[in-house]
Design a protein around this ligand. Structure first.
Ligand SMILES: Nc1ncnc2c1ncn2[C@@H]1O[C@H](COP(=O)(O)OP(=O)(O)OP(=O)(O)O)[C@@H](O)[C@H]1O
Ligand SMILES: [Mg+2]
Length: 328
């Protein structure tokens, strides 16, 4: 059966200075998401995670454009859809949860209006059934006293509550896929955990698939089934979550894992040396080679192809880490 979403060789660039500066934010990204699963996208700041998400729902900023590739949702290529068609898809078939709930909520509309809108527009609910649906959605995201709270405006709620409201809005159109781009970065750790548990519960109840973007590998371990590790606009490694933590094959993935501080181990903190490259002036060969301890002459000139060492997941590296070394 075809996956729910299949992204193939997607390229999305930002073009500035009259076309003389091209930022290759997404440069040949391929992955798929099955119904009901959680696919994680991880990587350092600026590697193209948000651009990938925005390209899928066609919400790139004005300088951004999809240069090539396919984005198939249940077999239909979204790249070929008009903006009007995309408006019918956003909210109804794919919903998004962004990092900053205040940016997604409209300060001038009540919680009721904002949760009701997708159910009104995409599910044609009216009158009492619409009100009933809003109450159900607010209860599902554990807003206490939903009847009273739905008259409130965003500024009257706490940060955690606002993010739960955004979760309710995402559910309101009954989507098959939710793209959550760092949805918990602005929340404190206890509220963060509550929110992640809530998303998991909603997923179990509705069978919705999730693309979960984060740079926190602890959250990846908790939330995701499979993970794509992005570096400089490309997915450099893709694996099951278990595989990623126990058999990381790309030196970048290994470096990310090594930079998590470990409790009870007295070691100097490790950080990946150097900086991510400028995406408008990428180095030749593998984009990670200037920071990679394993880099050889070939890595400096020839870009690694994607390959699957054991048929499970894939990696873009000329010298992937062997199984035994990955465990050490
Ligand atoms: N509107 C824009 N115009 C030009 N360049 C942009 C624009 N938005 C993003 N970029 C560039 O595209 C690259 C990828 O950005 P993106 O926001 O997708 O990264 P990210 O992985 O989501 O990072 P973060 O973890 O910080 O959210 C970066 O180099 C960024 O500077
Ligand atoms: Mg981002």
């Amino acid at each position: 059966m075809a996956p729910l979403l299949r992204v193939s060789d997607l390229r999305a660039h930002y073009v500035g200075f009259g076309g003389t500066r091209v930022v290759k934010a997404v440069d040949g990204v391929s992955f798929s998401v099955e119904a009901g699963e959680t696919f994680g996208l991880v990587g350092e700041s600026g590697c193209g995670k948000t651009t990938t998400c925005h390209a899928i729902v066609r919400l790139l900023s004005p300088s951004g454009r999809i240069v090539s590739g396919r984005i198939e949702l249940e077999g239909e290529d979204l790249v070929k859809k008009s903006q009007a068609e995309m408006r019918r898809i956003r909210g109804r078939r794919i919903a998004t949860i962004l990092q900053d709930p205040m940016a997604s909520l409209d300060p001038l509309f009540s919680i009721y209006d904002q949760v009701a809108e997708p159910a009104y527009y995409h599910r044609s609910l009216r009158g009492r059934s619409l009100r009933q649906r809003v109450m159900e959605l607010l209860a599902a995201v554990r807003i206490p006293s939903p009847e009273r709270r739905m008259k409130d405006f965003p500024h009257q709620l706490s940060g955690g509550m606002r993010q739960r409201i955004v979760g309710a809005i995402a559910q309101a159109g009954g989507p098959r896929l939710i793209i959550a781009d760092e949805p918990t970065t602005n929340l404190d750790v206890t509220i963060q955990l509550q929110y992640l548990n809530l998303l998991k519960d909603l997923q179990r109840a509705t069978g919705v698939a999730l693309i979960f973007v984060t740079h926190n590998l602890g959250i990846v371990a908790k939330m995701c089934d499979r993970v794509g590790v992005m570096y400089a606009g490309k997915i450099v490694e893709m694996q099951s979550v278990r595989g990623l933590f126990y058999r990381a094959r790309h030196p970048y993935t290994k470096a990310l894992l090594d930079s998590i501080p470990k409790l009870g181990v007295r070691q100097p903190l490790y950080g990946i040396p150097g900086q991510p490259p400028d995406l408008s002036a990428l180095p030749a060969g593998c984009a990670f080679h200037p920071r990679c301890q394993r880099a050889t002459d070939r890595c400096r000139v020839e870009e690694p192809r994607q390959h699957s060492p054991n048929g499970d997941g894939h990696v873009r590296c000329w010298l992937p880490i062997e199984e035994a070394a990955a465990r050490g």
